[in-house]
Design a protein. Sequence first.
Length: 378
Amino acid sequence: MHFDFFTKKSKEEFSAGLENIKKNKDLLSDFAIAIKLQQLVAGFGDSHTHLNLDRFLEKDKTLPFIGNWFSDGFYVLQTTPEYSDILGKQIVSINGVPFATIADSLSTLITMDNPSMLKKYLPKFIMSLQLLKNFKFTKEDEIELGIKNKNGEIEKKIIKPGELTRENRKQIIPDQIPLCYLNESSLFNETYQEKELIYYIQYNKCWSKEMELQFGKAENAEKLPTFASFEETIFRTLNYEYVKKIVFDIRLNGGGSSPQGTELIEKLAVHLRKNPEIKLYVIIGRNTYSSAILNAMDFKRLTNAIFIGEETSGKPNHFGQVQNFKLPNSEIIVNYSTKYFKRTDDDTNSLKPDVLFETSYSDFLNGIDPAYEWVKKQ
């Protein structure tokens, strides 16, 4: 079914991997078998092809905290009132095992195109007590977090599984919310920053009402915004407002379908050729993936955009256009690629920014977006 699965390793290696798992199946739980299957698939180089393990991940075995991997470490941003004393603190170990060691083991669950892949997925993995047990980091239904406080001292905190909901969550509230997060739940949005003469365009998902009508369900399409109206607004603003800089932000965009973005970028490129005094900045990050990278490469191909932010989690040349099937007994959903997208002759493992900006925990706490702040000063 896959377009060309055996590009990195051979079919014989895949078959040998399956036989090895089958040989030990009586010693393994269903969950452990699913993990080993995913580790096998992950080693074949296509991050779009994977097993969906959600069926095995139980809510009552999830640790009640959410964190993020900043430039200076992994910090707890949300938790329940019971564990509110770990908010805003850096996790440095679990049951005495260094955070880096745990991250290294969990990285075997994904196709590691680049370091951004792990930064993207680890926050979800590290919450799963089942995964921590599978990798032998704990035997108990609780863990001991090693957390670093503001004074650099290491504290120990026992934490048990629990449900984290909107009603019971405690969270870190930054001093202010950066522009990129004000509308992060929208598919796309735009705002003219009159003071800085910056036109900020945010593209969070390669999807729209038009895409849903074409590839999804008509009843869902009515709930979605139209890309045609979004595009009209963009060029109306560019034609009637004085714009010195355009910021096209795709750092939160995990993909979808690229053609509508490509058409918009082609029209933007024409506008920029007619208005060469306007500077273009494209913000990318660890969540920029799949079709969003194809659109980023459109900017590379058609404009002189300056790329800023973090490197992307996906590769410019990659497999995609995903389909899936269900394994008959376990009912695990398996995603697989049906097409190969080539956008560059360079065999690079990510799209790297021209100017690197990683957000620190201090930046987050103070509501600072270092990439956007840099653009304002140019």
